[in-house]
Design a protein around this ligand. Structure first.
Ligand SMILES: OC[C@H]1O[C@H](O[C@H]2O[C@H](CO)[C@@H](O)[C@H](O)[C@H]2O)[C@H](O)[C@@H](O)[C@@H]1O
Length: 601
């Protein structure tokens, strides 16, 4: 199945991917980064999945999917010759244990339905021991146990359980799948229909809180993106994962397969900027608490990413028993980028904390103390080469985007002093800000080509340079900014999309083999940059082209590969949905573009 054939459901602690065919092929429990119990996504059905759909000779004539308005409740409908059926999939916001609910209804006629479940713990490796108790199925393997309430009798065989059942118009059946630690007593049963109405009410209430001032034609796309970002937050701690999947390939059949089920400071701060801009200050408060706990300690120990509860060790390893999505191997867990130096992170954190305060979230003294100690570290390390925001696995370089973000860090703490009365060595920070600015203009700008460059001394370009107008480093109409936008358009565009960096030279920059699709955030950045420099029509044209890449339920992966006309990379990806929201706000000229208005304050 293609990546765009999946939809997301989740309970803000973990998430599942549901295919158009009614098969749940990915689910990690109890957390986003726990071992999966359905892993067909990265192998095949033998690695675990749960299918419900029309069975037998009545193959579906057509399939429709949608989320219930303003919710994360998925409805998949199939028309068959005999009639129409709907499966409603959702995960109620977590109470004692994670539940996955599947409600099957016959809307018209009479349809033969089927279900098949193969539970495989530990990323498809453990075939559990299964027994029946009080009409429920219990599967146990190591630390994991699940209970399945099935309203139809299931037949076991070949390490799976299945049933076929006929439904007529008006019939409704509910399946409930509940995980719990295998050493705990049996979890209490939930009432699926009560959970459905409460889950619906919860999402509607959350969406209703937003202060969106987006043009009506983009509102639906923005709301779906906000719901997706909310679904990627880990509610017990306030952490935010980059995506709920691992190893969906950036290059189908290639090695660019990474685990994104962690909290990157970059991705999370950008996500927060989008949520704050839509009026969600509670999420900002929770994330700030998460940040303070995660990075507590010495400033030199700051990592660029953490686990959802702030874990620091995320060792990268391979799962050789999985074939990978369409043979894209290896399948990886953990992420070696955790040990990299990425200077941009300091700017992103300071920017986010500044925006949080500018939007009304009072700064607490612990936050400011941490900001000061991070600045102490940055003052003596900003001039070092780093791995940059693309987390290259080649040699460190003086990436211009990293230096610009170091400038942002200094700029935002100075603004916090000037605007909110914090105390700190502001004259020293002003000197630092000037030195970084001057160095970037001297070493990171090519006056002959009138463009900033990827790194000092390089002639390459980098799509991250498109972010310069958003930072306030130079005014958007500065010729060096407009020249950089034009240079990126000339040299980094392929099939109408922006590449992260030149593909021909990619291997020397990122240290990896193979190509990749177009990293979607980069094209959104171009659309927003065009809007900021007054090229509105071209901005709208590109933005709408990007919106057309969303799948039928409004979701985007990390990249789009024009060679195959397919979404690629982890899915759904916060890094793609965040700039969608920002660009819609900028194009709508709304106060939601807080980043820009806050800079003027
Ligand atoms: O391209 C190689 C790198 O790819 C991943 O990083 C990308 O995803 C991150 C999470 O969204 C994002 O913060 C980063 O900017 C992207 O380049 C992977 O995590 C890295 O390990 C890998 O080297």
């Amino acid at each position: 199945m293609r990546i765009e054939d999946y939809a997301l459901i989740g309970d803000m602690q973990s998430a599942a991917l549901v295919g158009r065919n009614g098969s749940i092929d990915w689910l990690c429990l109890p957390r986003f980064d726990s071992p999966s119990c359905f892993t067909a996504l990265l192998g095949d059905e033998r690695n675990g999945h749960w299918w419900i759909g029309p069975a037998g000779p009545e193959r579906p004539l057509s399939t429709r999917r949608r989320y219930r308005e303003n919710t994360l409740i998925l409805e998949t409908e199939w028309d068959t010759e005999g009639g129409t059926v709907r499966v409603t999939d959702f995960m109620p916001p977590r109470q004692a244990n994670p539940d996955l609910v599947r409600v099957v209804e016959c809307l018209a006629g009479s349809v033969e339905m089927g279900t098949l479940i193969r539970i495989r713990f530990d990323y498809g490796r453990i075939v559990p021991w299964v027994r029946r108790t009080d009409g429920l199925l219990q599967a146990i393997g190591g630390p994991d146990s699940v209970w399945l309430h099935s309203p139809v009798p299931l037949q076991g065989g070949d390490y799976s359980h299945k049933a076929t059942f006929r439904m007529s118009a008006g019939d409704r059946l509910a399946f409930v799948f509940t995980w719990h630690p295998s050493h705990s007593p049996r979890p209490p049963e939930i009432d699926p229909m009560t959970e459905l109405s409460e889950t619906e009410a919860m999402w509607r209430q959350w969406v209703g809180q937003s202060a969106l001032a987006t043009d009506d034609r983009w509102r639906e796309a923005v709301v779906r993106s906000l719901i997706t970002l909310k679904a990627l937050t880990y509610s017990p701690t306030g952490g935010i994962v980059a995506a709920p999947t691992t190893s969906l390939p950036e290059d189908i059949g290639g090695v660019r397969n990474w685990d994104y089920r962690y909290c990157w400071l970059r991705d999370a701060t950008m996500t927060l900027d989008a949520l704050i801009g839509a009026g969600y200050v509670d999420e900002a408060r929770d994330w700030r608490e998460w940040l303070l706990r995660a990075i507590a300690g010495r400033p030199q120990d700051l990592q660029i990413m953490y686990g959802v509860a702030g874990e620091r060790r995320l060792p990268e390893m391979e799962l050789p028993w999985l074939e990978g999505y369409e043979d894209s191997r290896p399948v990886r867990l953990g992420n070696a980028a955790v040990d990299q130096l990425q200077l941009d992170v300091y700017g992103e954190v300071m920017n986010c904390l500044y925006l949080a305060q500018a939007s009304g979230l009072a700064t607490i003294s612990r936050t400011w103390a941490i900001q000061r100690s991070l600045m102490d570290f940055l003052e003596s390390h900003w001039d070092e080469p780093d791995e940059g925001l693309w987390e290259v696995r080649g040699p460190r370089r003086h990436f211009v985007h990293s230096k610009v973000m170091a400038w942002v860090a200094a700029d935002r703490v100075i603004r916090q002093v000037e605007r909110f009365g914090h105390t700190g060595p502001v004259d020293r920070w002003r000197g630092l800000r000037e030195r970084i600015h001057a160095e970037i203009l001297a070493k990171g700008y090519d006056s002959e080509r009138n463009t900033f460059t990827q790194s000092y001394g390089s002639s390459e370009l980098d799509a991250a340079l498109l972010l310069i107008p958003q930072t306030g480093f130079l005014p958007p109409d500065d010729p060096r900014v407009t020249g950089t936008i034009e240079a990126v358009e000339r040299e980094l565009m392929s099939d109408g999309f922006v590449l992260r960096y030149p593909l021909a030279h990619q291997n020397s920059v990122d240290g990896l083999t193979g190509g990749e699709g177009a990293f979607l955030a980069c094209s959104f950045w171009l659309a927003e940059a065009r809007a900021m420099v007054g090229r509105r029509e071209e901005a709208v044209e590109l933005f709408e082209k990007l919106l057309s890449l969303r799948n039928d339920v409004g979701l985007l992966a990390e990249e789009y590969d024009p060679r195959y006309g397919r979404l690629v990379g982890n899915f759904p990806q916060a890094f793609s949905h965040v700039p969608l929201i920002h660009t819609a706000h900028t194009l709508s000229g709304s106060a939601g573009a807080l980043r820009h208005t806050a800079l003027l304050g």
